[in-house]
Write a protein that binds this ligand. Structure first.
Ligand code: C5P
Length: 399
């Protein structure tokens, strides 16, 4: 419930703006007060009248409005709420926020606020995947901005992929998670790594592990749902990013280590990423060409930093609970028990990723939790249920 909370809702210009009307309704139903802000482009998609009618409050839409300034100045407006939500967050507004632009009311409020900001991005798939948008997203995550979505699916423009705004119910859940007061992990910071890493061979090729990122995303969401503030450091994964978390997107193991170090301190760190153990010692800056008569290519590999081992063995600033994963294909428990000691982590979740199990890339997992007290095999269940069980155990351990 959001009783007593005020949300400053910025509606930017995208077709998904129509979903905001439903979001306002859900927020009001959950007990929140909504101060609506409509950008000029946003007003092309929804009318100020429908927004104001549903919010039960006037719409703010102009930076230079003497009447509005006399009633409540824009600086005061930016701090009047408990949380700032931008839905839809367009590529343009994200870019302005990432670079500190302030050329309209919405961007000025975002720059002037002292409250946390939650973005619900919505844009065309190419715009979302564009390196500029991903760069801005990483900057915003490092600034502590929260995100929900985007979802993958068919888009209004007819293309398919990530870029659809999260559904209003999911945005509401992310808003509730951002307040986090309710859960057993309220006030805790959780760090989760997820997905594969890509180690460049040349500008078009890379080395990677198989990883969908589904288990890591589910763990981050389960921790956020229990009230934790979650930093989610992810390699290029196919699973949607978790909602209500600060998402830091990286490519290589070296970038992942840097992002993890920047995110510390944390109360708990879960290392679910499938980090490539090796990188190409000297990636080529131009595409390596096939050569007539040369059948084989040799790549010289260098060992990547072991991020889990590094964090688990930090002399100062080590998270209280460090959890690793061990994807094994044989002697799962024996190998994972030895790995827990080698890495220095508190818990290790071992799973059998033999192709016959269908776990890799699938929606289910079968894990054995290895702690200092021994091994505990959990039943095969959905990755979501596995994440919920792990988050419950983490909450118990940190209580
Ligand atoms: O050694 P192995 O790759 O099997 O270890 C798996 C565990 O270690 C996972 O938790 C993974 O996220 C973590 N890891 C890491 N950095 C590496 C390799 C693995 O954090 N370079």
């Amino acid at each position: 419930m959001l009783d007593g909370h005020r949300i400053l809702l910025i509606i930017a210009g995208g077709i998904a703006a129509y979903k905001c009307l439903e979001l306002i309704r859900l927020l009001r139903k959950a007990g929140a007060a909504v101060t609506p802000v409509l950008t000029a482009a946003g007003a092309e998609f929804v009318t100020p009248l429908s927004v104001a009618a549903l919010a039960g409050e006037p719409v703010h839409d102009a930076l230079f409005d003497l009447t509005a300034e006399a009633e409540m100045g824009h600086i005061e407006l930016s701090r009047s709420a408990d949380l700032v939500v931008v839905a839809p967050a367009t590529a343009d507004l994200m870019a302005r926020l990432a670079t500190g632009g302030a050329n309209d009311l919405a961007s000025t409020l975002l720059l002037a606020t002292d409250k946390r900001v939650l973005l619900a991005p919505a844009m065309n798939v190419r715009m979302w995947l564009h390196p500029a948008t991903q760069r801005n997203l990483a900057t915003l995550a490092a600034d502590g901005v929260l995100t929900v979505g985007p979802d993958e699916g068919e888009m209004a423009c007819g293309e398919y992929g990530p870029g659809r705004m999260a559904e209003p119910a999911a945005i509401l859940a992310a808003i509730e998670a951002a307040f986090g007061g309710a859960g057993p992990l309220a006030g805790r910071h959780a760090l989760v790594t997820s997905g594969p890493t890509h180690e460049p061979i040349d500008p078009v090729r890379y080395i990677a592990n198989r990883s969908s990122g589904r288990q890591g995303s589910a763990i981050a969401e389960a921790l956020a749902a229990r009230g934790a503030r979650v930093t989610f450091v992810t390699g290029p994964a196919s699973a949607p990013a978790p909602s209500g978390c600060s998402v830091v997107a990286v490519q290589s193991a070296a970038e992942m280590l840097a992002a993890v170090e920047a995110a510390l301190p944390a109360d708990v760190a879960v290392f679910a990423a499938a980090v490539a153990d090796w990188r190409v010692a000297t990636p080529s800056s131009s595409k390596i060409k096939k050569q007539a008569g040369v059948a084989a290519q040799t790549l010289e590999l260098a060992e990547n930093p072991d991020i889990l081992r590094h964090v688990a063995r930090l002399p100062t600033g080590r998270p209280r609970l460090v959890v690793g994963f061990a994807a094994e294909t044989d002697d799962v428990v024996a190998n994972a028990t030895a790995k827990r000691l080698r890495k220095g982590c508190d818990w290790l979740l071992a799973n059998d990723v033999n192709p016959s199990t269908g776990i890799m890339g699938g929606s289910e997992n079968a894990v054995t939790l290895i702690t200092g007290a021994g091994a505990e095999t959990w039943p095969r269940m959905s990755k979501r249920a596995t994440a919920e069980a792990l988050a419950d155990r983490i909450a118990e351990a940190l209580a």
